[in-house]
Design a protein around this ligand. Structure first.
Ligand SMILES: [Zn+2]
Length: 303
């Protein structure tokens, strides 16, 4: 079981200090993908960085400006171009002269299911496209860009060296698992990103939604084990039942779940199948997509 953390003390528009160097302002965009809303994190004092400013909401932009009154925002970092993270970046940069950094624009829609994602911000363009490992410095703070694709292809996390802390965006969330929806979402890359974050042994994670994760190691261990367990279940379902569609696998694995969860489950199972397909563990009839019939690969059985 994942030791989810969901207790959160906040008020919309209020600035809360969540660590010695980090303050947070939560936007009023609660929902099924955002929990209580998007937390914009402010790093440092005097000359500050903002991570994930939030949705296109003048109240959120005003709240971040009010929280940093008398200071200067020099850097705006965006984890990925979903509508609950990136749209406030440009107005905030225009109001302050800050530079916007992110993992590159995504000009074509993800093709994912709108009911499963907060939606693509196709208009988003960073001023500077990040490279993995890039370092940024302000007075008393050092932020490192950490490529963490999977939830989206352009997803970055940001490490604050002075506190051994990470802003994982939507890659790791304390209140929920993350949506990995093909074709832009990629389960193989996502699992590598989780392993990468775990290997770095951060002391605390500050996700874009929900409260901080302060017991990082056990949380990530369970978070990763949950996905590996799901992957095994998908393989076992194919081995037991023979060729099956995504829908049939989902009917089997999620038989006693709320029917409303089934569309999301289909995308998640497809993400696992595509990863297994690339690793040579399953085959698909025709194009490997939602309409294919899937079966365990011959190689696997011969081995
Ligand atoms: Zn989000």
């Amino acid at each position: 079981m994942i030791p989810f953390v969901r207790e959160m003390s906040f008020a919309y528009g209020r600035c809360d200090r969540v660590s010695p160097m980090i303050r947070r302002v939560v936007a009023r965009n609660p929902g099924p993908f955002t929990y209580t809303g998007t937390g914009a994190h402010i790093v440092g004092r005097g000359e500050v960085a903002v991570v994930d400013p939030g949705p296109d909401d003048p109240a959120q932009i005003e709240a971040v400006l009010a929280a940093t009154a008398g200071e200067r925002i020099t850097h705006v970092f965006v984890t990925h171009s979903h509508l609950d993270h990136s749209p406030a970046a440009r107005p905030l940069a225009e109001a302050t002269g800050a530079v916007i950094y992110a993992g590159g624009a995504r000009c074509r829609p993800s093709g994912g299911d709108d009911r499963l994602e907060a939606g693509d911000d196709l208009a988003f363009r960073p001023d500077v496209a990040l490279e993995d490992g890039q370092l940024f410095r302000g007075p008393g703070w050092t932020i490192e860009a950490v490529a963490t694709p999977g939830h989206t292809s352009n997803h970055y996390a940001f490490a604050l060296h002075e506190e051994n802390a990470l802003f994982p965006g939507d890659c790791v969330m304390g209140w929920s698992t993350s949506v990995v929806s093909p074709p832009d979402g990629d389960m193989g890359l996502y699992m590598r990103s989780l392993e990468r974050i775990r290997a770095r042994r951060y002391g605390a994670l500050f996700p874009a939604h929900g409260p901080p994760i302060r017991r990082v190691d056990p949380f990530l261990e369970a978070y990763i084990a949950h996905r590996r367990h799901r992957e095994r279940q998908v393989l076992e379902a194919l081995e037991a039942a023979g060729p099956a569609s995504v829908r049939q696998i989902v009917e089997r694995l999620y038989a006693d779940h709320d029917r409303r969860l089934l569309p999301a489950a289909c995308h998640s199972v497809l993400a696992h199948l595509l990863d297994l397909f690339r690793r040579g563990l399953v085959d698909a009839s025709g194009a490997p997509d939602m309409s294919a019939l899937w079966r365990p690969s011959f190689m696997r059985h011969a081995a």
